[in-house]
Write a protein that binds this ligand. Structure first.
Ligand code: NI
Ligand code: MN
Length: 231
């Protein structure tokens, strides 16, 4: 019996996945994140995954990677940029490609969005991650994205938890997030990327009720620093 997989929400689009003794921090945005209750020095990941180049996703990756020595996994353009900023341990992936890491298999998935880095450097194509964890659980982190038809391929992956942006304006809003859940057919959805700023304010309880009914999934709405144990 392995330890349960734990997913902790840090506010906005930042989550930590703990699995099999590994700590995987995704889109580490703490400094300047109005939802964050902890700072970049409070996390100690082994791995950092970055979905795209925008500042609310690259966030504190450089300082956390330098302090912890975590391996940073992102697309080729973003890890090259991080390398130019002194991050030594990186692994480049690109859309549709995956690799086996100590925690399991991670593959970059399609996202429709932008990916320029904070200083304007080209950040390649935005993506998401499909994580087939050694613990047996499968997690999909969509990244910032529109509803994309490619999500229907994920129905074959037996996704235990889909982490989906729902805040509208910059990404899918509630209607499209429900359609995404209908395509992916995960057991649970963790909504992210909402209520951080006025542009992305939504009624999260209404979304939760609708998604449970219309997509027949469980929905885990978390406060910052709350943890969901993947059943
Ligand atoms: Ni973005
Ligand atoms: Mn974003």
């Amino acid at each position: 019996m392995t330890d349960p997989v734990k997913v902790t929400f840090h506010g906005h689009a930042t989550v930590t996945v703990e699995s099999d003794g590994h700590t995987i921090l995704i889109d580490p945005f703490f400094s300047g994140n109005p939802m964050a209750k902890i700072g970049p020095d409070d996390v100690n990941p082994d791995f950092i995954l970055i979905s795209h180049g925008h500042g609310d996703h690259v966030g504190d990756a450089i300082s956390i990677a330098k302090r912890t020595g975590a391996l940073v996994i992102s697309n080729f353009e973003i890890v090259t940029w991080l390398g130019n900023h002194g991050v030594e341990k990186t692994h480049p992936l690109h859309i549709g490609g995956g690799n086996t890491f100590p925690f399991g298999y991670a593959k970059m998935t399609v996202a429709h969005h932008g990916s320029s880095l904070p200083d304007g450097t080209y950040g390649g194509d935005p993506g998401g991650f499909l994580l087939r964890l050694n613990s047996g659980k499968t997690i999909y982190f969509a990244g910032d994205t529109a509803l994309v038809a490619e999500m229907k391929f994920l129905a074959k992956e037996d996704v235990d938890l889909a982490i989906l942006p729902v805040g509208d304006n910059f990404t899918m809003g509630p209607d499209d997030a429900i359609r995404a859940a209908q395509l992916i057919r995960p057991k649970f959805v963790l909504p992210i990327h909402y209520n951080t700023w006025p542009y992305i304010e939504i009624d999260i309880n209404n979304l939760k009720e609708r998604m449970i009914k219309e997509a027949e999934v469980g929905v885990a709405v978390l406060e910052p620093e709350e943890t969901f144990i993947v059943p």
